[in-house]
Design a binder for this molecule. Structure first.
Ligand code: MOS
Length: 764
């Protein structure tokens, strides 16, 4: 971290202000509500998801999951399973070849893993209830599942750490959290809190949540001899999956091809390497056949991690004006005994409010559960629940409007790092959102609105999520027929990647969108980073921008080989892409089309591959997206049933590149937040560590009837320090949602619920 800061200081003067890019202001395709290019293949069934590729000679694998959370396998009798119909192979730790543990999935300079580091099928030790202990390969999926059901290992069980609550006293401070200090403090927070007249001090809990993307995790593995592998795997990170699988099986990364153009939702659950992929590859290697492994919904609960549970304390002291005099946010999350991912719940207050004194700290405890992982806005989603609920409580303590209280604590600079904000228009977002919602009509008093047996309330909360950019490579080619081809290994998980990147490339090259082909989702293409951290759009956009500059420079020099060219003598800064070619900025009619340049030069195409530099700007500036969430709830007086009846989300996320796909992301985030607030919770049996509700029948995600009309407004103000002036929009939507709902419930009922999900029993 310190080394990076030094680099930033050294290179600060050459760090580009991206608002010099004319595309920040130009609005030909960018900023237009263009429909998804992948929409038609998806609704007509032409798009193949990972499990759907037709493969000759395909056989099927099924997993046997452990039923204890800690201990050892004493015996595992597979003889009955081996004789079951259609069975080709049964693999356990007794006969599996040695494999390596996948290298940690790291973010920034943090050794974060976010997936299990257990030696799957290479150990007799059990670390969580659900750990794969055998894999069966058979001719059909039913035969594989049946044979798997015949395997009953004998365990020597040991007492596992099955309960998060009971593990809390053992919590320790981790060395770092995503490369940041686990604790930051200034002044004597405890003394100031104790001496303050106006204060709140609340403890919050959030439960574990599991990933429930529509498309279940699935893989098909096809070996070509012993050292080449093709893998269809539902993945947010084709290049990362290829590298991890190469590491596990001792292959060269370039000999592993991971194909994953369409992903039916990821949300962080398809970022790391989870055991089903490794077992699918193993099963294929051992049987010499192409193998498909598609865990059931319950299987995904057992072997793919979800969000950590947390316990958080927020204590705030304020002057009568509302100005915060101290701010304490501290607490504990869980990680598994075989994982390192202390989820960063303490990040939001490090950047959100002006504070003269603070203590922000987090600890982590270890439990025998499936490794916790990234889930939409890890950290910020649960952290804003605690922080923004406490601020609402403080507003009542001070008799101030909750929006006004927040505005009185808007900082001029990042309160912890002291860095300048790259772009911060939270105030504007609040103004827009409050207008759209009609916040000024809200009565201040709690419990003052009623419709029959329904108590009505309105709540608000701030959302926040960092701007991340990651190193990404792209290849861009302009062909003799005037078409362009862009290639990068990035992912389309339903966010609109293909559409937005095609809009960008077309605008960048001054081509119609039909003449641009964007190719993605294949690890053999130039490597993009993980589609995570809401980083993909700007990361890919910068790689495409810089590759396009290189192609245009090359075309310019080709054109200038002809002394008669309208471009003769022009420098790169004198020209730009216009009208399907290169034209002079000062004489817009002087220039040549790509077709003319390439024809004259006798070339089929010009291409460039480019890899972007490290995101130094995120070290220099405090870079974040913001949300002002407003909602109305109706709480039944007798049953405690909560209905969310109205929502306005106001966002400050730089330039919005495609209102249609971006609004869909914001809405999706809010809907996932409604589930987080009211219905979702993974329940563990504390005696055995087993997940008790591994199905959509018992783990309640929001359905249509739970979701009101959601209005979205946004500032659309370019961030001068990001590619295209944009921020990511995938994760900000969920942040602040649970707090806005809890605050509205308090406004309706006078009850301050501090534990999620807010189920009926808590309101009766
Ligand atoms: Mo996101 S949790 O980084 O897919």
């Amino acid at each position: 971290m310190n080394i990076l800061r030094k680099v930033v200081e050294t290179f600060a003067h050459v760090m580009p202000d991206r608002d010099r890019d004319e595309l920040i202001q130009r609005h030909r395709f960018l900023g237009q509500p263009i429909s998804r290019l992948d929409g038609r293949p998806k609704v007509t069934g032409a798009a193949h998801f990972s499990a759907e590729y037709p493969v000759e000679g395909l056989v099927h694998a099924a997993i046997v999951y452990s039923t204890i959370s800690k201990g050892a396998i004493v015996a595992i009798d597979t003889s009955t399973a081996q004789q079951a119909p259609g069975v080709l192979s049964v693999i356990t730790h007794l006969n599996a070849p040695q494999m390596k543990v996948p290298p940690p999935f790291s973010v920034g300079d943090s050794p974060s893993s976010g997936t299990t580091l257990v030696k799957i099928l290479n150990t007799d030790r059990i670390s969580w209830n659900g750990q794969p202990v055998a894999v069966v390969v058979a001719d059909t999926p039913e035969q594989a599942e049946h044979a798997a059901s015949l395997i009953h290992p004998v365990y020597a069980a040991e007492p596992g750490v099955n309960s998060f609550e009971e593990s809390i006293p053992q919590a320790k401070q981790p060395k770092e959290i995503m490369g940041e200090a686990p604790e930051v403090k200034k002044g004597s927070a405890d003394v100031i809190l104790k001496d303050s007249i106006h204060r709140v001090d609340l403890t919050f809990t959030t439960p574990p949540y599991n990933h429930n993307a529509i498309e279940l995790h699935a893989a098909i593995a096809i070996w070509d001899g012993n050292d080449k592998l093709t893998l269809y795997d539902t993945s947010q990170f084709t290049a990362g999956t290829a590298a991890s699988i190469a590491g596990v099986f001792g292959l060269k990364t370039e000999n592993v091809r991971v194909i994953s153009p369409f992903v039916g939702g990821g949300f962080g659950g398809k970022g790391g390497l989870w055991p089903y992929t490794q077992l699918c590859v193993l099963a294929s290697r051992i049987t010499g056949r192409p193998v498909r492994l598609t865990p059931s919904r319950a299987g995904v609960f057992r072997i793919v991690g979800g969000r950590t549970p947390s316990q958080q304390r927020v204590a705030i002291a304020a002057e009568p004006s509302g100005k915060f005099s101290t701010f304490i946010h501290e607490g504990v999350t869980a990680q598994s005994t075989d994982n390192h991912f202390p989820e960063q719940f303490s990040f939001p207050p490090r950047h959100l409010y002006a504070m003269d004194s603070y203590r922000i700290a987090q600890k982590v405890t270890e439990v025998n559960r499936v490794a916790n992982t990234f889930m939409r806005a890890p950290g910020e989603s649960i952290g804003t629940f605690a922080v923004e609920s406490a601020i609402d409580a403080l507003a009542y303590e001070l008799n101030l409007d909750p929006v006004e209280l927040r505005m009185r604590n808007e900082p001029d600079r990042d309160p912890v790092s002291g860095n300048e904000f790259s772009s911060r228009y939270l105030r504007e977002a609040y103004t827009m959102g409050a207008d759209k919602f009609g916040w000024k009509n809200r009565p201040a008093a709690v419990g003052s609105q009623r419709d029959g047996d329904w108590l009505i309330g309105q709540g608000t909360a701030t959302g926040t999520y960092p701007v991340y950019r990651v190193v990404t490579a792209a290849r861009l080619r302009i062909n003799a027929d005037g078409t362009a081809h862009v290639q990068t290994s990035c992912q389309e998980m339903g966010m609109g990647t293909e559409t937005v990147q095609t809009q960008h490339a077309a605008e960048r090259l001054a081509l119609p969108m039909e003449k641009v082909k964007f190719e993605y989702g294949d690890s053999t293409l130039p490597a993009a980073s993980v589609a995570g951290g809401s980083s993909q759009t700007i990361s890919v956009a910068l790689a495409v921008h810089e590759a396009a500059d290189n192609v245009i420079k090359e075309l310019l020099s080709l054109a200038q080989k002809d002394s008669e060219s309208a471009l003769a003598g022009a420098k790169f800064d004198d020209i730009h892409a216009a009208k399907e070619g290169i034209f002079r900025r000062d004489h817009p009619h002087l220039g040549q089309t790509y077709v003319a340049i390439l024809k004259h030069a006798g070339k089929d195409f010009v291409e460039a591959e480019h890899k972007t530099g490290a995101p130094l700007e995120t070290m220099k500036y405090s870079m974040h997206s913001y949300a002002a969430q407003f909602c109305e709830v109706r709480v039944h007086r007798l049953s405690g049933e909560v209905r969310v009846s109205r929502w306005v989300g106001a966002f400050d996320c730089g330039r919005i590149l495609n209102p249609k796909t971006a609004v869909s992301q914001f809405r999706g985030g809010i809907i996932m937040g409604i589930g987080m607030a009211l219905t979702e919770e993974t329940m563990f049996d504390d005696r055995t560590g087993r997940i008790m509700n591994p199905s959509l029948a018992e783990y309640h995600v929001p359905v249509q009837a739970d979701v009101p009309h959601i209005d979205i407004v946004y500032t659309d103000i370019a961030d001068p320090h990001t590619p295209l002036g944009a921020h990511g929009v995938g994760e900000i939507g969920i942040t602040g949602v649970a707090a806005a709902i809890a605050n509205a419930i308090h406004h309706a009922t006078g009850k301050r619920i501090t534990s999620l999900p807010i189920t009926l029993d808590k309101l009766m």
